[in-house]
Design a protein around this ligand. Sequence first.
Ligand code: NDP
Length: 296
Amino acid sequence: MNAPETLTLASLDTASFAGPQLGVLGDPIAHSLSPAMHGAALAALLPTHPELAGWRYHRLHITAAELAPALVRLHALGFTGLNLTVPHKIPSLALVESLSPEARRAESVNTLVATATGWAGHTTDGQGFLEALREQTSASVAGRPVVLLGAGGAARAVAAACLDAGCARLTIHNRDAAKAVELAAALADPLAHGAGLDALTALPAAALVVNCTTLGLKADDPSPLGTVALHPGHFVFDTTYAVAPSRLLRDARAAGAEGCDGRSMLRWQGALAFRLWTGILPPAEPMRRALGEITP
Ligand code: NDP
């Protein structure tokens, strides 16, 4: 269902497509599981939704400098919808013609839906995170302290979702402390606080720790928590995903804490994006299989 090759801005110059087209834009993009996941969803739905025949989901290697011309070109080529990943979630805010309330609140876009004249920007990261968390643990965000690591596009969406879901307190720690402080201020909620990653010395009891840094994507990445201790009762939601569990998740398991990697969130944010494009919430199992979902 999905095209195996990686498209680039240059290759779009000579490209033409038949049928509704979807795709994910990022840099890097080779690691993305979105094409496999959406391809599996399209294939599974085909028997009951023959109107999806001809839909394709592409992988597009688009750098930060190429985002604006790529969006213009993809719209002209008749693409129906797009996903955006690193580093496009924040720069795209300035390139869309409208924003959903969630994207406006999170100041982050991960899903584009074509309109007659441009792109409508949405984010499904926050809701995808909450749906995945509900699946992975019976303990909800409500009343729980959240320690959020990172202040990029994914962190913005997760931060807004945690506040909306009634967390007891949200502490955002980022390598660049100014960005964490800025994000906390933008959320305009007295429960939100920002600080540097190096200012994190201990975790509150029963904290939900959410990793929205890129540390964990590579096998030899260190834990973003450094030497900060995890304990039973903590839940670690690492939004990264790789072939093997991250150092953060391995530390969580060793400390008797629960946790999960980012595949369930990836599946949920993808399923919610798919619904924005097609009106259909795809079945979980084929997407799960395509992702090879693992828990620590
Ligand atoms: P951004 O580029 O917007 O943000 C990257 C974040 O990572 C920043 O907070 C940055 O800190 C931090 N960071 C980068 N390198 C380091 C480092 N060496 N040490 C500490 N912090 C570092 O990316 P996104 O927010 O879009 O994505 C972040 C992560 O979330 C990715 O790993 C992505 O895979 C994951 N994600 C997963 C999803 C899922 O569905 N599972 C959905 C969306 C994202 P600084 O500001 O200091 O540079």
